[in-house]
Ligand binder design. Structure first.
Ligand code: XLS
Ligand code: NI
Ligand code: NI
Length: 449
């Protein structure tokens, strides 16, 4: 990767390449724990973590919320003669940011990159003009595309859904966008393509045919999969579960719901889960629960790294900052074999009142440091083998004898019941789950060196 790339104008003046300075540094614009080339378990930190910057939060969000106007006047928008020129400037700023930060990947929605035109054809033309520029910038900087996606939720035409919209005409317009976004992803060598079903759900059951809408969603995803594969796309398609917001109920509610849906419709070979920490929380789950449910079924793919606010019931998309949560997440990810096509995409935004241009760097630096610590801790946990050994021993009664016959399906319920009856009460004994011991031990890995 080039040291850093600057387009025709420097958008983050006074900020150079972010360096690793170690845990004693008080420089807010330096990594304290993320040392990209440091080898952990035979692999560089940067290759384990595959950090990605989210185009939308970083370069499109302007601080507007339902109660107030924009607070961030981005220099890439100012003075541009047309929306296309603004989009080009924004892309220069984005690649300057990726390279100065040292993130090797990014993720984008079609409409983050290029403005919608007056017709689907013009929108596609706008997109491909920017895709051509992105391709050149990727080549010049070495930055790669983690995944692409289509924004089929912001425009009012999608107010009743995209693939699940009750009007066929809207479904077809969503297809025009998704087809173009898949083409763009392929053109940019994207490792994945994501579906986040923002409005694929309902607001009221009084106007909704759930069965039909879910069938439409499956049909749409199948068509997208078939199209992508026919065009030579080799990466994974991802579903990013979220239980609600903006709809009251979203069909891809959580990991287990999505897995059932993918299997029901024969999509589980091509699709994996992109799990967002904050969405897990909204579904009433821990982030690690979602990761483990996907990993257990061999369907873990990628992560949208952020955090919510446990006191708030919405997607606050804050940068992650809990070492223990990152360590627990990385523990599951490493056990599942680490990232292959996926990575850690910061689906996170700085706060509305964080209006200093350096704040965007500082937010990402904190998130990257957090997962770097998480990686090292998780690696120590796995190397030590105490926790995995404990879990293995806990199931030892299934490793031989009747327990093994049970697992292999060699026992019927009558035989199993007879084993229980013959053994009688009180013989099996109570075995401690030792949760407090394991929690203390995990905490110890966090601080020991
Ligand atoms: C919204 C989602 C969104 C997806 C991409 O809550 O997290 O940002 O990641 O469409
Ligand atoms: Ni997300
Ligand atoms: Ni989200």
């Amino acid at each position: 990767m080039a040291d850093f790339y600057i387009g025709k104008k420097e958008y983050f003046p006074g900020i150079g390449k972010i360096k690793f300075e170690g845990s004693k540094s008080r420089n807010p614009l330096a990594f304290k724990f993320y040392d990209p080339d440091k080898v952990v378990g035979g692999k560089k930190m940067k290759d384990h973590l595959r950090f990605a910057v989210a185009y939308w939060h970083s370069f499109c969000a302007d601080g507007a919320d339902p109660f107030g106007a924009a607070t961030m006047a981005h220099p890439w928008g100012a003075g541009a003669k047309s929306p296309m020129e603004a989009a080009e400037n924004k892309m220069d700023a984005a690649f300057e940011f990726f390279t100065k930060l040292g993130a090797e990947f990014y993720a984008f929605h079609d409409r983050d990159m290029a403005p919608e035109g007056d017709s689907p054809a013009e929108s596609e033309k706008n997109l491909f003009s920017l895709v051509a520029k992105a391709k050149k910038l990727q080549e010049a900087t070495g930055v790669k595309l983690l995944w692409g996606t289509a924004n089929v939720f912001t425009n009012p035409r999608f107010m009743n859904g995209a693939a699940t919209n009750p009007q066929f005409g809207v479904v077809a317009l969503a297809a025009a966008q998704v087809k173009a976004a898949i083409d763009a992803t392929i053109e940019l060598g994207g490792a994945g393509y994501t579906f986040w079903g923002g409005r694929e759900g309902y607001m009221s059951l009084l106007n909704t045919d759930i069965k039909r809408e879910k069938e439409h969603l499956a049909r749409f995803l199948t068509m997208a999969r078939d199209y992508g594969r026919a065009r030579g796309f080799k990466g994974y398609f991802y579903i990013e579960p979220k239980p609600m917001e903006p709809t009251k109920h979203q069909y891809d509610f959580d990991t287990e719901t999505v897995i059932g849906f993918l299997r029901q419709h024969g999509l589980d070979k091509d699709f994996r889960l992109n799990i967002e920490a904050n969405h897990a929380e909204l579904a009433g789950h821990d982030f690690v629960h979602e990761l483990e449910c996907a990993a257990a079924e061999g369907l873990f793919g990628s992560v949208d790294a952020n955090r919510g606010d446990p006191r708030n019931g919405w997607d606050t998309d804050q940068f992650p900052n809990s070492f223990i949560e990152a360590a627990m997440a990385m523990h599951i990810i490493l056990k599942a074999g680490g990232f292959t096509n996926g990575g850690l995409n910061f689906d996170a935004k700085i706060r509305r009142n964080s209006v200093d241009p350096s704040d965007l760097f500082v937010g990402h630096i904190g998130g990257m440091d957090c997962f770097a610590v998480g990686l090292e801790v998780a690696h120590r946990v796995i190397e030590d083998g105490v926790i995995s050994g404990f879990v293995k021993d806990r199931y030892a009664s299934f490793d031989g004898g009747d327990g093994a016959r049970f697992e292999k399906g060699q026992l019927g319920l009558e035989e199993l019941a007879k084993i229980g009856t013959d053994a009688g009460y009180g013989k099996t004994g109570l075995v401690s789950g030792r949760q407090e011991y394991l929690e203390n031990l995990f905490n110890q890995y966090l601080l020991e060196r």
